[in-house]
Design a protein around this ligand. Structure first.
Ligand code: HEC
Length: 192
């Protein structure tokens, strides 16, 4: 007898749970009946290691709209800055609480001519020291990111010889240093 009552109780508990679940499902249905939101956006590419990518949403915008990428909290600003190349899940929440998302790609910026020329100088004059598994000061000039992040140290050591020249045996010819400076003066980006 006692067992039967507890089974009955258990069944009722399950029914209650099902009822609860089905009401929350109904709420989900209401949200999805919002229909798709047309998302119009623009992106700019980024260096592979210096965060320069952007996503700017052109539509929908206005009071009450919220935006998010990835797992970041929703915010009212329709633009995202300082992004690395990659795929992002752009989520838009309308003023009515409807949510829609779209996959957005930040492309890798292509290598510009001044950067390419400067990199050739590093390969010709700084290898074989600054490459391989344990390069001096940790700088491998075969890696674009090392060049982009350390352009100021390259300028100091290999162009100005300050506090000591690079290569250690003496500065490279002026014409080669000019190639480095052309890239630095243009903005020391991978796209220059
Ligand atoms: C013969 C080997 C050799 C060559 C060639 C060489 N380096 Fe170095 N480099 C070193 C060593 C060793 C260090 C660490 C000691 C030091 O800082 O003086 C270093 C350190 C550096 C540093 C970091 C130090 C700082 O002050 O931040 C930079 C930047 C650098 N080199 C740039 C260059 C560039 C650019 C070239 C080519 C134009 C070059 N090096 C060629 C051996 C070399």
């Amino acid at each position: 007898m006692k067992l039967k009552t507890s089974i009955l109780f258990f069944l009722c508990y399950c029914c209650g749970l099902l009822l609860l679940l089905s009401t929350s499902c109904k709420k989900d249905k209401a949200a999805s009946s919002c229909g798709p939101v047309t998302i119009i956006y623009a992106t700019t590419a980024s260096d592979s290691c210096v965060e320069k990518g952007t996503i700017v949403i052109h539509s929908p915008i206005g009071p009450g709209y919220r935006y998010s990428i990835g797992s970041q909290p929703f915010r009212s600003s329709p633009s995202f800055q300082s992004l690395l190349p990659g795929a992002y899940n752009l989520i838009v929440k309308t003023s009515e609480g409807c949510v829609d998302s779209i996959r957005v790609s930040i492309m890798q910026a292509s290598q510009g001519p001044l950067f390419t020329v400067a990199k050739d100088v590093f390969v010709s004059y700084c290898f074989p020291c600054h490459t391989g598994s344990n390069p001096p000061a940790g700088h491998d000039w075969g890696r674009n990111c090392d060049i982009l992040n350390k352009w100021d140290r390259i300028k100091a050591r290999a162009v100005e010889g300050n506090p000591a020249s690079m290569p250690p045996a003496g500065l490279i010819p002026q014409a080669e240093r000019d190639k480095i400076m052309n890239w630095i003066n243009a903005g020391h980006r991978i796209t220059d």
